[in-house]
Design a protein around this ligand. Structure first.
Ligand code: NAD
Length: 256
C-alpha cells in the first residue's frame, strides 16, 4: 500500500495506460481523480476502480483548457485536501505527412501545453504550499528520436522531456519531484487506431523490439507508480525509457 491515503490525479485515464495506472494507484490505497475528455470513459474508469474496492472520482473535460485545469485541481484540493501525485498522461497522435499536417496546434496543446498547465495548477494550489508532490509526465520514445508521419507528436514529446527537466530543477527546492516516462510501443487504443489506418507501419516496428513483444498498459502503469512513489525519493528530472529495449537498439539493426 505505497499510496495509502494519497491523492492522485491522472489525465486521460479513461483508457490505456492511464486507466491501468488508476487501477494500480487505487489498489495501493490512493484516492484517484480520473480525467478524460470522454466523460463516459472517465465514469466507466471510476466504476471499474470502485468495483475492485478502490476510491475514485471523475473529472471529465479537455485537458488542454487552462481554466479547466485550474478549476479541476481546485476542486480536488477543496474535496480531497491536496494533490500528492499528478500524472500528465493524456495524449494524442495521428499519421499525416508534415506537408499536410493539420493538427499541429491541437496536438501541441494536448501533449505539451496541458502538462504545463496541470503541473502549474497542482504546484501553485497544493504542492508548493505543502512542500511535497510528485509529477509524472508521459512522453514517448518519440521524445528521443523521430519517425516520419507525425511531426506534431514528435515535437510535442521532445517538449515534454524539456518541460520535465525545467520544472524538476525549478521546483526541487519546493519538495516537488518531476519525472518523465517514455513508453515504447504499448498495446492501447492509440496504437490499435493507428494500426487500423496503416498496419504496415507497425510490422517492422513490432519485429524490432528486442524483448520480442509490445508492452502492456500495466507495465507502463507500474513505471508511473515507481516514479510517483517514495521508492524514487531521490529521483527528479529523469527521462525514463520503458520500452523492451527499443531505444537501446542501434538504428538499422535487428534484434537477435
Ligand atoms: N501506446 C503507445 O504505444 C504509446 C507510446 C508512447 C507514448 N504513449 C503515450 O502514452 C499516453 C497514454 O496513451 P495511451 O497509449 O494509453 O492511449 P489511449 O488513447 O488509450 O489513452 C489516451 C486517453 O487520453 C484521452 N484524451 C485525449 N485527448 C484528451 C484531452 N484533450 N483531454 C482529456 N483527455 C484526453 C483519450 O480520450 C484517452 O482515453 C499518451 O500521452 C501517449 O502519447 C503511448
Amino acid at each position: 500500500m505505497r499510496f495509502q491515503d494519497k491523492i492522485v490525479i491522472i489525465t486521460g485515464a479513461g483508457s490505456g495506460m492511464g486507466l491501468a495506472a488508476a487501477g494500480l494507484f487505487a489498489a495501493e490505497g490512493a484516492t484517484v481523480w480520473i480525467n478524460d475528455i470522454k466523460a463516459d470513459a472517465a465514469e466507466a474508469a471510476v466504476a471499474s476502480v470502485e468495483k475492485a474496492g478502490g476510491r475514485a472520482h471523475a473529472i471529465p473535460g479537455d485537458v488542454a483548457d487552462e481554466a479547466f485545469a485550474r478549476e479541476a485541481v481546485g476542486m480536488v484540493v477543496s474535496r480531497s485536501g491536496r494533490v500528492d501525485v499528478l500524472v500528465n498522461n493524456a495524449g494524442v497522435s495521428t499519421i499525416e505527412p508534415a506537408t499536410e499536417y493539420g493538427v499541429w496546434k491541437r496536438t501541441m496543446s494536448i501533449n505539451l501545453d496541458a502538462p504545463f498547465y496541470w503541473s502549474r495548477a497542482a504546484a501553485v494550489q497544493s504542492m508548493i504550499p505543502n512542500r511535497a508532490g510528485a509529477i509524472v509526465n508521459v512522453a514517448s520514445n518519440a521524445g528521443f528520436a523521430a519517425f516520419p508521419g507525425d511531426v506534431g507528436y514528435i515535437a510535442s514529446k521532445h517538449g515534454v522531456t524539456g518541460l520535465t527537466k525545467a520544472l524538476a530543477v525549478e521546483w526541487a527546492g519546493h519538495g516537488i519531484r518531476v519525472n518523465c516516462l517514455c513508453p515504447g510501443l504499448t498495446e492501447t487504443n492509440m496504437i490499435r487506431e493507428m494500426e487500423a489506418i496503416d498496419a504496415d507501419r507497425f510490422v517492422e516496428r513490432r519485429r524490432r523490439i528486442p524483448m520480442g513483444r509490445i508492452g502492456r498498459p500495466e507495465e507502463q502503469a507500474a513505471a508511473m507508480l515507481y516514479l510517483a512513489s517514495d521508492g524514487s525519493s531521490y529521483v527528479t528530472g529523469l527521462i525514463m525509457n520503458n520500452d523492451g529495449g527499443q531505444m537501446a537498439l542501434y538504428s538499422g539493426f535487428s534484434p537477435q
